[in-house]
Design a binder for this molecule. Structure first.
Ligand SMILES: *Cc1c(COP(=O)(O)O)cnc(C)c1O
Length: 376
């Protein structure tokens, strides 16, 4: 919790649930990543948190933006981003969205299939395109599975085809999965993609860019390596494969930029036991899986929760949201322990919830409205 957030909570006691986010921390994170990887250009993954105040601050820092839809592109433009600073990074785009982006001056597009490449050739002629390669997501707490990316062999065919279609075969990309906790994942992915890069260059394709995606982790309940370790591992791998002929490097951090900039302030609605002899208490908050904590699916992202009773005796708990849905349980297996003194009406803070929370909230399932958002 930053001092600014603490002061806001104390002075305003905002209604719960709400996100309170310190935009200065967004800037600090941006600068820390820039220091860790000075040769890489940052394209903020807008989906992590598309709030106008965040986009505006990043525009001021000359950040680029990785957008997944026309609506996200539009949000970046409204915040003052230049179209040349926007990458349309989703490999699945509506033709109408490609066309609108192209008309507004966006000239960088991702793809991972022949079908999408044809769409780009038709609706964004001459644009720079990059092909996404499927890489291992091992070590990621929130993997992206096999939904995106293609094989090295198919990418080779498609990049050659891109030139024939009048597009500019600009680069290659990958994503090692979100909340990636190992530097090794980047090293392995760079090795795989760099080989194709060299191969295509030798085949006469004028490739200039490697997009290393996002995935950089934040500390939630458990420790993760420092960002400098990721920076060192990535530069080491890039130099090992490219020597002093380094291509342009792009990174698309989302979680790392905004994750720890904000917290969710929530109210305890009930603390109860299934049976008086049952040691595990159920703690129900006024925000749960449908209020925005979608990443607690499979208990994958384990947020830290602070209560007004820090330092007092703890006991085991299951933590759930307020809705009448059985899936609205945040943590049942992850061995959470909260103070025995915790009771209904208490205010708790779910830390580092600046990324992938506000936009994941339902429209008002069971009548619970989406959380309020305060940007400081
Ligand atoms: C979600 C996403 C990102 C951001 O991932 P983080 O793990 O939040 O850094 C970057 N690039 C693409 C293509 C994405 O889909």
């Amino acid at each position: 919790m930053t001092p600014k957030i603490a002061r806001f909570l104390a002075e305003h006691q905002p209604a719960t649930p709400c996100l309170v986010l310190d935009v200065d921390r967004v800037e600090e994170n941006f600068r820390a990543l820039q220091r860790a990887l000075p040769l890489a250009r940052i394209y903020y993954a807008v989906k992590a948190n598309p709030a106008l105040r965040i986009l505006q601050r990043l525009v001021g820092l000359a950040s680029g933006f990785d957008a997944a839809s026309w609506e996200e592109i539009s949000a970046c433009l409204d915040a003052g981003a230049r179209p040349e600073a926007i990458s349309f990074g989703n490999t699945i785009k509506k033709a109408s969205a490609i066309q609108r982006a192209y008309e507004r001056g966006v000239s960088l597009f991702a793809f991972d299939s022949a079908e999408e490449l044809e769409k780009l050739a038709r609706h964004a002629p001459g644009s720079r395109v990059y092909c996404r390669i499927l890489v291992q997501n091992e070590g990621a707490d929130w993997p992206l599975s096999r939904k995106f990316g293609t094989t090295v062999g198919n990418a080779r065919t498609l990049m050659l085809r891109a030139g024939e279609l009048g597009l500019d075969p600009y680069g290659l990309s990958f994503h090692v999965g979100s909340q990636q906790t190992t530097t090794r994942a980047y090293e392995v992915a760079i090795g795989k993609v760099a080989m194709l890069f060299t191969d295509l260059t030798e085949a006469g394709v004028n490739l200039r860019m490697m997009n290393l995606g996002g995935g950089f982790p934040k500390r939630y309940r458990d420790d993760v390596p420092e960002i400098d370790q990721f920076g060192d591992a990535i530069m080491h791998a890039m130099i090992a494969h490219f020597g002093n002929a380094l291509p342009e490097m792009l990174i698309e951090p989302g979680r790392f930029i905004v994750g720890d900039a904000g917290l969710v302030s929530a109210e305890v609605m009930l603390v109860s036991r299934r049976d008086p002899n049952e040691p595990v208490r159920w703690v129900y908050l006024d925000v749960g899986r449908f209020g925005g904590f979608a990443e607690t699916e499979g208990e994958a992202i384990r947020y830290r929760i602070v209560t007004p009773y820090e330092g007092s005796p703890l006991g085991p708990v299951t933590i759930a949201g307020p809705t009448c849905d059985g899936a609205d349980i945040l943590y049942e297996k992850a061995n959470y322990r909260l103070p025995l003194a915790l009771t209904s009406g208490d205010r708790v803070h779910v830390l580092s919830t600046g990324a992938y929370v506000t936009t994941y909230a339902s429209q008002g399932f069971n009548g619970f409205a989406p959380m309020a958002e305060h940007y400081l």
